[in-house]
Design a protein around this ligand. Structure first.
Ligand SMILES: Nc1ncnc2c1ncn2[C@@H]1O[C@H](COP(=O)(O)OP(=O)(O)OP(=O)(O)O)[C@@H](O)[C@H]1O
Ligand SMILES: [Mg+2]
Length: 267
């Protein structure tokens, strides 16, 4: 199997040398195989978002290395990594430009990584591609290409953001609690679409979630973070057989903490 991403003993400390010094990533190691869909769980402050920021390049790590297809990306700026690494955040407003239409947003996603100097305006040939992609979502957005995304619901915006991420196949898709701001029914809808898009486009995916049931149900592999390290890594049959109680026990065993109801979200 092809290792697409190799995280090699990365460290990140915030506010080093001050009274607030916080050693968040503490020698994190993870090899991700092509096609892996990994659920990432862990308590608040465990370092999950810091890990994703480090992968996307919005943060630089202090030590260790990050290899994408065998090449170090540690010193490559976020804007350059964006061609290969797509992200979906918790806030639906983050994924699209509100005052641009669906097709304009899609054109930006479609052209990422291409040379600049393209004339503005969506071409008919592109519009056809966008329509076909949107049909895959089953939300009727293919008939609303000229609507500003500010008029879409949170769930529709997350679905569109996911589709935009897949429009040009990224090497890595990062989902940071991308359904956490949605109501339970919409969250289920977006999770089903996530599964469909990841499978149809064979995307290598890391998904942070606080929803233990989703963490068990989706993906082929599950990792648990605690204090900036991976303390549990299960896959395949073993993952399928996990239960929420089992995960809570594992969390307790590794952290000494009991998850509160707030942290354990069961929609
Ligand atoms: N830019 C920053 N500057 C200073 N401290 C930061 C920064 N980003 C994160 N931290 C701190 O690092 C720690 C880990 O934060 P991180 O966001 O990675 O946690 P998380 O696992 O994503 O938690 P949550 O489940 O609450 O989203 C926290 O203590 C946080 O306050
Ligand atoms: Mg986070």
């Amino acid at each position: 199997m092809n290792t697409i991403l190799s995280i090699q003993s990365i460290h990140k400390t915030f506010e080093a040398g001050t009274i607030n010094e916080n050693h968040v990533l503490r020698g994190m190691e993870l090899d991700v195989q092509e096609g892996d869909f990994i659920s990432i769980i862990g308590g608040n402050g465990a370092g999950k978002s810091t890990l994703m920021n480090s992968l996307a390049g919005t943060l630089t790590v202090d030590q260790g290395d990050i290899l994408l297809e065998g090449k170090s990306i540690k010193n490559i700026p976020a804007a350059k990594r964006a061609k290969d690494i797509a992200r979906v955040f918790q806030d639906p407003k983050m994924g699209t430009a509100s005052r641009l239409t669906i097709e304009e947003n899609m054109a930006i996603a479609y052209r990422r990584g291409l040379a600049r100097g393209l004339s503005w305006g969506v071409k008919d040939s592109e519009r056809q591609i966008f329509k076909e992609s949107l049909k895959e979502l089953g939300l009727g957005l293919e008939n609303r290409l000229k609507v500003d995304t500010q008029f879409l619901s949170g769930g529709q915006r997350q679905a569109l953001t996911l589709m935009m991420a897949a429009l040009v196949k990224p090497k890595l898709l990062l989902l940071d609690e991308h359904t956490a701001a949605l109501d339970p029914k919409t969250s289920d809808m977006v999770m089903d679409l996530t599964k469909k898009i990841v499978e149809n486009h064979q995307l290598t995916t890391l998904m942070i979630t606080h929803n233990m049931e989703n963490a068990i149900e989706f993906g082929n592999r599950l990792v648990m973070l605690h204090q900036g390290r991976i303390v549990v890594d299960v896959r395949g049959e073993e993952k399928k057989n996990l239960t929420v109680q089992h995960l809570m026990d594992l969390f307790h065993k590794n952290s000494g903490q009991v998850l509160s109801n707030d942290e354990l979200i069961l929609n």
